[in-house]
Design a protein around this ligand. Sequence first.
Ligand code: HOZ
Length: 434
Amino acid sequence: MITRFDHSEKIFAEAQNVIPGGVNSPVRAYKAVGGNPVALAKGKGSRVWDEDGNEYIDYVGSWGPLILGHAPDEVVNAVCDAAKDGTSFGALTRREVDFAELLCEAVPCLEKVRLVNSGTEAVMSAIRLARAATGRDLVVKFEGGYHGHSDGLLAKAGSGLATLGIPGSPGVPKAFAELTLTIPFNDLDALKQVLQARGAEIACLIGEPVPANMGVVPPADGYWAQVRRMLDEVGALLILDEVITGFRLGWGGGSAWTGVKPDLCTLGKIIGGGLPVGAYGGRSDLMGMIAPEGPVYQAGTLSGNPLAVAAGLAALGALKKTCPWEELERNASTLADGIEAAAMSAGVPITINRVGSMMTVFFTDQPVTDWASAAKCNTARYAAYFRASLLSGVMLAPSQFEAAFVSTAHTDADIQETVQKAYDAFRAVMSSEL
Ligand code: HOZ
């Protein structure tokens, strides 16, 4: 039972004096859902606690990385052990090679991989490489697709930009923005048109196998196979952004899930076991162009950081050993069914999009297949649902256009408790409109 937020309020007030908006990433400020953010103090398993001691069942999971839940023993122990040997070297280490080997073994498209520090960095670097390899400048992305905050990729982006209604960002030179073409997801005609018009100038298309930054939006059957074929016809590369889907949809990630092999892929979140990591990789002829093997420059002092790599090795080791994806599928499907029943009983129209252990409850009775349909959702209802859930002890993403993540730490009891609370949350949505 949630009691008070005094400490959270005080921390947020202080934060606003020294951090823009009081947060280090925009969606965390709760602007889209109202109220002030809860300051978290601790997490273990499926639960987090705020600075006032309130307990929540957590479905944010640090926005995707925590597939094993909070502070799993194997990851915590690996980080502590690694820290005793030194926290950073900026030099070749045994662990990073083991980690790269594990990534290449797991993800079918990875022949070679380079470690970086975030998903944003991974995507930036992959795009530089695609441009160098093709000698072309244009990049195609999806409306509502989010690939980090690098200049060229903020056009019609999802995640925080969608949440806050920002169509692009000041500070991005017009010349950069013009190099990005946006098309609707799941629309092969739109892709055909753009390829017909500018195919010879297009270096690559980048997309998430299952977009999860406009909320979760599954691809239509056979969509990615067609995209792959059409890109091949014009000599453009395919980059699959697996920052969220990597190891979330199975050992081989989203590319294995789609059955389509990209030229390059980007990873982050889960592969760092909750520490800051990114990676990009793919065809070895392309990766051979990266310095020092080739001329395409990309570097980083903390790349392959021993703590992050130790956490990643422990997390991926646990996933490899336990293969939890069927169990995650079962639990997430029980949760989605329960939420659907709760919404129906309160008379709230929703559409749940779920792929494996990631899902979004969209407040609409229409299918959500792209950004245009996601944007039609009733965000005021999502906000009311979010607030009622929070007060009942269920932590959701403070935005309609993000995903809820089920982890291996969520028990049957957690799922049942969440469903029970959803009945009250949907009733609260309706009464907020009376
Ligand atoms: N934009 C990321 C979620 N899709 C990160 C949000 C955050 O960490 O606040």
